[in-house]
Design a protein around this ligand. Structure first.
Ligand code: AMP
Ligand code: ZN
Length: 113
């Protein structure tokens, strides 16, 4: 499959890995929008948040548990963080592999868009 994030997970394209386990992968965003900008994604290819259903909802729960217990745990997250996923054309999703942006390190905009 011609998917950028699948290639990164497979190690075919380099990335700055922050955390990984059997099912979840976390790397630094190449174009950070905040002092801390991470991407958390399932290793299995899921195209977007619109493709979440009973068969894969467990991995999404695991992603959020991993963010809370493994990723957003240092002092730089102590004052809070934001988790965002863009979905589809109007959501401005550019990479068609489900991923959650984790943004932190400063007071973020109080507007979502
Ligand atoms: P989205 O627009 O929500 O689909 O987010 C895609 C994100 O992937 C953007 O924030 C990009 O900066 C990021 N991105 C694109 N290519 C890479 C890459 N090779 N390594 C890390 N992040 C990337
Ligand atoms: Zn993929």
């Amino acid at each position: 499959m011609d998917c950028l994030f699948c290639k990164i997970i497979a190690g075919e394209i380099p990335s700055t890995v922050v955390y990984e386990d059997d099912t979840v992968f976390c790397m630094k965003d190449i174009n950070p929008q905040a002092p801390i900008h991470l991407l958390v994604l399932p290793k299995a290819h899921i195209a977007s948040a619109a493709e979440i259903g009973p068969e894969n909802a467990g991995i999404v729960a695991h992603i959020f548990e991993t963010i809370a217990t493994r990723i957003a745990v240092g002092p730089e997250f102590a004052d809070g963080f934001r988790v965002v996923t863009n979905c589809g054309e109007n959501g401005c999703q550019s990479v068609k592999h489900l991923h959650f942006h984790v943004l932190a390190g400063e007071k973020l905009s109080d507007r979502m868009a």
